[in-house]
Design a binder for this molecule. Structure first.
Ligand code: NAP
Length: 281
């Protein structure tokens, strides 16, 4: 039986620590604030936004919502970002992506001041993750993987880590964060031959491929730590990860559940980035 690495205790511990830091900032006259930009009414964006607002309330972060219609024009959105950049009272900005297709998402992302880029939407933030220069913030989901490992006392140093997935929002930044923690990292993707040989040889496997239950017991060995970042619709209205939890859990040492694993940590990491942005200021 594996240890189940649940996200809720990680989020709760982070929230307590952040509430104390937020109170200290307020005592110095700084009221941390997050801007949330949502274009349109996508159900998963609205659900995440609700969770983020609740978490911000617990920490003491003010939220300013910019709710724009799905047919918002490029220059209107750029003006909103300019306003956020210029507003000294706003310390971080979360914008839901993908944006509607008529918008030039890259131009809009790059318009954000990097010091307020709390979810790594600019290339300058991403460059900071890759260079380890200490500039910019990592994507919240990628950072959540690291917070989860830290909370459960799993030190990646000297371990073999295999990341399955190479997207710029999860796979690659997670690989860089693991590398910065002195793991020896291999990144696998859809063209990797004999994926199971890589995953079976790892101490830590991070699954971020976006394929429901794709990694079953054939991909794992006893003793491993499995972090499942995937969130997929199982087709029957339930959510499942990229790992086939039922067949893998009896085999490995530790595994994150889906839901209630990595996904439960992301809003706390978002708050951590806002508090840090306010402290840096
Ligand atoms: P993505 O952009 O679709 O990238 C998926 C990556 O997995 C790609 O690099 C792809 O390889 C690789 N891949 C696909 N099929 C594969 C296979 N059969 N074997 C090996 N590699 C394969 O997805 P993403 O945005 O990174 O998201 C990954 C998962 O995380 C999704 O399930 C998403 O819903 C979930 N997610 C979770 C959270 C959270 O808070 N927990 C947040 C965001 C997303 P190629 O590069 O070769 O195409």
């Amino acid at each position: 039986m594996a240890e189940i690495l649940k996200g809720a205790p990680v989020a709760a511990a982070l929230t307590d620590e952040l509430a104390a830091r937020c109170a200290a900032l307020k005592a110095r006259g700084i009221a941390p604030a997050l801007a949330i930009i949502r274009v349109g009414e996508r159900a998963d964006d609205v659900a995440y936004e609700r969770g983020a607002i609740k978490r911000c309330e617990k920490v003491g972060i003010a939220v300013r919502q910019y709710l724009l219609p799905a047919d918002t024009k490029q220059d209107e959105l750029l003006r909103a970002i300019d306003g956020i950049n210029a507003d000294e009272g706003i310390h971080g900005c979360l914008m839901f992506r993908p944006l509607p297709r008529h918008l030039d998402e890259r131009e809009i992302c790059e318009a954000l001041d990097v010091s307020k880029d709390v979810d790594c939407m600019t290339e300058r933030s991403l460059a900071g993750v890759f260079t380890g220069a200490g500039r910019g913030f990592a994507p919240c989901t990628a950072q959540s993987v690291m917070e989860l490992l830290r909370h459960y006392g799993i030190n990646p140093a000297r371990k073999r880590a295999v990341v399955v997935g190479r997207s710029l929002v999860i796979g690659r930044p997670v690989a860089m964060l693991l590398l910065a923690s002195n793991a020896t990292v291999t990144v696998c993707h859809s063209r990797t031959n004999r994926l199971e040989e890589f995953t079976r040889g790892a101490d830590i496997v991070v699954a971020a491929l976006g394929r429901a239950r794709a990694l079953d017991e054939d991909y794992f060995e006893p003793g491993q730590i499995v972090i499942d970042v995937g969130i997929n619709d199982a087709g029957d209205g339930t959510l499942v990860g990229d790992v086939d939890f039922d067949s893998v859990e009896p085999l490995v040492d530790a595994i994150t559940p889906v839901p209630a694993g990595v996904g439960s940590v992301t809003t706390s990491v978002l708050c951590a980035h806002v508090i840090e942005a306010a402290e840096r200021r």
